[in-house]
Write a protein that binds this ligand. Structure first.
Ligand code: HMG
Length: 398
């Protein structure tokens, strides 16, 4: 790696869906005490995609403001991380590249390892920038989390896309070395190619996550990482926000530190507000945590933030970042809050309809009604091809 070169997140923007199902509505339907959702798992609502939304439309909506602010000239790579891919061969990022009118001199690729994929994309991007600091990489993490109806995982569903511009001399967060990494072959959560919904062993998945926190931290310290006390805040992968609390408690315990709930709230409390309203967005969740932290915290300039990314199966990584002077002028706090508040609440019946929606697989022309008010939409499945378009002409490059 090239000496003192500073590489990291230069810009960050996220988008979510047209619709939202509140946990109040879900609880009223299934007779669950809403306290289990609000206090027990720490979730308030879940983002639900309209029939004409998917990972591509969310990704394009997240990335468009970044391309509008910085241009596409230096972006020679797009890395799209997802575990809810729309095609087994073609990278979803190519649709985004096309919707955003990006130059043909771009490499585009898709990455997968459950919720960890976004971090793999970020780390690979950092490596590319070290090779050529004049280039930038557009990292996109987008997912739609879907469990079977009435499964315990149902209340943790959600959907969002985070786009990050990675480059030299970043304006938001410098990504530090070393990283602590961990892999274990576990079937805690998975989705065979023939299924639209994930399979999960909920209890085992929590144990596997905590084991991975411990393993990634152990490697981080062995690689010469910072001491725990040097971090001002921690962004954890958040399948549901209470998981971040469980993970941080576990890390403190592993480090032989007192379990001080005030300290835990101070170190992770601000990272949970977007995820509590959006639900699990798999690859995007840990970076929604970062967005929430940067958007809400008092000045974090020069402070170290710890990141713990977990993906079932399982892979985890712990790494640090330093918040860069001047970062507050570059934040998109208002549009982030608007992405959450613009969602339209839906009834349980409508949610169920959307949950069960699937295209016929006959290769016919299947247009999708216009539902989203977002900038891009899935217009049809036609001849087995997904047809995307800007919702209204002129919005694509705003
Ligand atoms: P469950 O088993 O129905 O819930 O679903 P529970 O009975 O364990 O209750 C949850 C919590 O609510 C408990 O607190 C209860 O005490 C509390 P805890 O013991 O955990 O501290 N509770 C209440 N609190 C207040 N008032 C009440 C009340 N009732 C209960 N009235 C489960 C929980 C997590 C299993 C389920 O949501 C699930 O299966 N989720 C999906 C799997 C998941 O999210 N796993 C997390 C780790 S794996 C991961 O993060 C990877 C993942 O993102 C995928 C990827 O990598 O791609 C999932």
């Amino acid at each position: 790696m090239s000496g003192d070169l500073s590489v990291g997140i230069h810009d960050l923007s996220f988008s979510t869906t047209q619709f939202v199902l509140t946990h109040q509505t879900l609880a009223a339907h299934n007779g669950t005490d809403v306290g289990k959702y609000h206090a027990g798992i720490g979730q308030r609502a879940m983002s639900v995609p309209a029939a004409d939304e998917d990972i591509v439309t969310m990704a394009a909506a997240a990335a468009a403001p970044i391309v509008a602010r910085h241009g596409a000239d230096r972006i020679r790579t797009i890395v799209f991380a997802t575990e809810t891919s729309v095609d087994q061969a073609k990278a979803a990022g190519i649709h985004v590249h096309s919707l955003l009118g990006m130059p043909s001199a771009t490499r585009v690729v898709e990455l997968k390892q459950a919720c960890y994929g976004g971090t793999a994309a970020l780390q690979f991007a950092v490596g590319l920038i070290h090779r050529d600091p004049s280039q930038q990489v557009l990292v996109i993490a987008a997912d739609v989390s879907k469990y079977e109806l009435d499964n315990p995982g149902e209340a943790t569903q959600g959907a969002a896309a985070v786009a990050m511009l990675v480059g030299a001399d970043p304006a938001l967060v410098r990504i530090e070395e070393p990283s602590g990494v961990f892999t274990a072959d576990i079937m805690d959560f998975w989705r065979p190619n023939y299924r639209a919904t994930a399979l999960v062993d909920g209890r085992e998945s929590i144990t596997a996550y905590l084991q991975a926190v411990q393993g990634a931290w152990k490697d981080y310290t062995e690689q010469g990482g910072r001491a725990l006390g040097e971090f001002s805040a921690f962004c954890y992968h958040q399948p549901f926000t209470k998981m971040a609390y469980k993970a941080h408690r576990h890390l403190l315990q592993v480090c032989g530190q007192e379990i001080d709930e005030e300290r835990i709230a101070r170190e992770i409390g601000l990272t949970t507000s977007y995820n509590a309203e959006i639900g699990n967005s798999y690859t995007a969740a840990v970076y929604l945590g970062l967005a929430a932290l940067l958007d809400q915290a008092d000045d974090l300039t020069g402070r170290a933030v710890g990141f713990l990314s977990y993906g079932s199966g399982s892979v985890a990584e712990f790494f640090g970042g330093t918040v860069v002077p001047g970062y507050r002028e570059r934040l998109r706090s208002e549009s982030h809050r608007a992405a959450i508040s613009r969602r339209q609440p839906i009834t349980y019946a409508r949610y169920r309809e959307l949950h069960e929606h699937a295209f016929p697989v006959d290769g016919g022309h299947h247009p999708v009604p216009t539902e989203t008010t977002g900038p891009y939409r899935l217009a049809a499945l036609s001849g087995h091809k997904r047809i995307y378009e800007p919702r209204q002409s002129g919005l694509a490059h705003r």
